[in-house]
Design a protein around this ligand. Structure first.
Ligand SMILES: Cc1ncc(COP(=O)(O)O)c(C=O)c1O
Length: 362
């Protein structure tokens, strides 16, 4: 038996790094989930779908793709659904990377791009974020070579929460050669508030062929446990990705839940209102602790704390799980997903206890 080096060298997925067992009632603020829970309309639709669990799902997720297409003003042939948008990142690697091909990405962005590139024997070319923690679009474009197949941009960016505006993204796209597929990961786009947030779907409507937009039901719709993602792209790319995916990769419960969640505007509104209130609270309270939160347009916030691992450990001992992100390429920072009002208050009190200790230790 021969294990592949490209896979043996990958780190195993480890959501939190704790040295001791977490206390009971541990509060998980580490995965950018929706603290208000799943869309209630989705939950009802999923209960009904359970009655049909003996049947295979619609392999092409026709109804859900039609709804997503209608939402975006695109044709259903420009939509694909997946078992989480993470699966699409894998399928992009399978579909576009041969050994030695390159994928360009930021250093300090969603870690799956790097892992799935290396898994397929590709080379991950990482460009540091700018000092304001945003993507360096000029640097990313300059890193393109004839072997580049994929270029990832995460907007808003996980784990920093930072965004790029329409003018700079359009100027960037104009410089990308046809042999490079730009993967615009918009997992958090619903949370973005800047008025000039780029309209990537319009780029597709206008005929751009080297762009794919990744989205997910895991965040604003509160369906992380279902594993449901989707993408918009030119017909040829979507047709190609349908050939990569296994036939029944999106289960029937997820299809029913996703369809109902899309129509649950009340849940979306509630979630946005709660996110805005949490954002204000964290800005205010982190500053009161002498910290400078990175401006975020997502359901989480990143902040520089010095020794991120020590702070994460101190918080874990007090019952709060957050994500230290030095290892993601954002030195000295932690990322906190907003929780319920009670969880937010408890977390901020725990951080106030941990921070002086961390300052001494670092
Ligand atoms: C930027 C980004 N892309 C993709 C994903 C994966 O989403 P999914 O749960 O749909 O696989 C995440 C999840 O945290 C994310 O933050």
């Amino acid at each position: 038996m021969q294990f592949k080096d490209s896979i043996r060298q990958l780190p195993a997925y480890k959501p939190a790094r704790l040295t001791a067992a977490p206390p009971p009632n541990f509060v998980k603020l580490s995965s950018n989930e929706n603290p208000l829970g799943a869309s209630p309309l989705a939950v009802a639709a999923m209960h009904a779908a359970l009655e049909r669990a003996h049947s295979y799902p619609d392999s092409s997720a026709v109804q859900l793709r039609e709804a997503l297409a209608q939402h975006a003003g695109l044709s259903p042939e420009m939509v694909i659904c997946s078992n989480g948008s993470d699966e699409l990142i894998l399928h992009l690697s399978i579909g576009f990377l041969d050994v030695g091909d390159a994928a360009v990405m930021a250093e300090g962005t969603f870690i799956s791009y790097l892992l799935r590139t290396r898994e397929l024997g590709g080379t991950a070319v990482r460009v540091p974020l700018r000092p304001d923690y945003t993507h360096d679009l000029a640097g990313l474009a300059a890193a393109i070579t004839p072997r580049t197949r994929l270029l990832y941009v995460c907007n808003p960016n996980n784990p920093t929460g930072t965004t790029l505006g329409a003018a700079e993204v359009q100027a960037f796209l104009a410089h990308i050669p046809e042999h490079v597929l730009v993967v615009m990961d918009e997992a958090y786009f619903e949370y973005a508030t800047r008025p000039d947030f780029p309209d990537m779907v319009a780029e597709l409507r206008n005929g751009r062929t080297n762009l794919i937009i990744l989205r997910t039901f895991a965040k604003i719709h509160g369906l992380a446990g279902l594993r449901l993602g989707y993408a918009y792209a030119d017909r040829a790319i979507i047709d190609y990705l349908h050939r990569v995916r296994p036939p029944f990769n999106v289960n029937a419960i997820a299809q029913a839940g996703g369809l109902a969640a899309l129509a649950d505007t009340a849940h979306i509104e509630r979630t946005l209102a709660h996110t805005a209130a949490s954002r204000n609270l964290f800005q205010q309270e982190l500053r009161a602790l002498g910290l400078e939160p990175i401006p975020s347009e997502t359901n989480f916030v990143a902040v520089h704390v010095g020794d991120d691992l020590a702070v994460a450990e101190g918080l874990a001992q007090r019952g709060y799980g957050i994500t230290p992100i030095s290892s993601w390429g954002v030195p000295g920072c932690i990322r906190i997903s907003y929780g319920t009002p009670e969880q937010n208050a408890g977390f901020l009190a725990a951080l106030a206890e941990v921070m002086p200790a961390a300052a001494v230790a670092s």
